[in-house]
Ligand binder design. Sequence first.
Ligand SMILES: [Zn+2]
Length: 61
Amino acid sequence: MREQPLCVHCARSGRVQLATVVDHADGNAMNNERSNLQPLCASCHASKTAREDGGFGNPRR
Ligand SMILES: [Zn+2]
């Protein structure tokens, strides 16, 4: 977060958004390798989590 304070997903879309969470790129919370950690803003993290988990409270049908 100190080195990369901006959301990487927003940056890819050409937007500048302060990151508020650190996400595990491979979804493995035990993997704390630097290369696996990426700063995300709250909205990008929410959409990523929803994609990977099927969404909290929104089970796949
Ligand atoms: Zn973002």
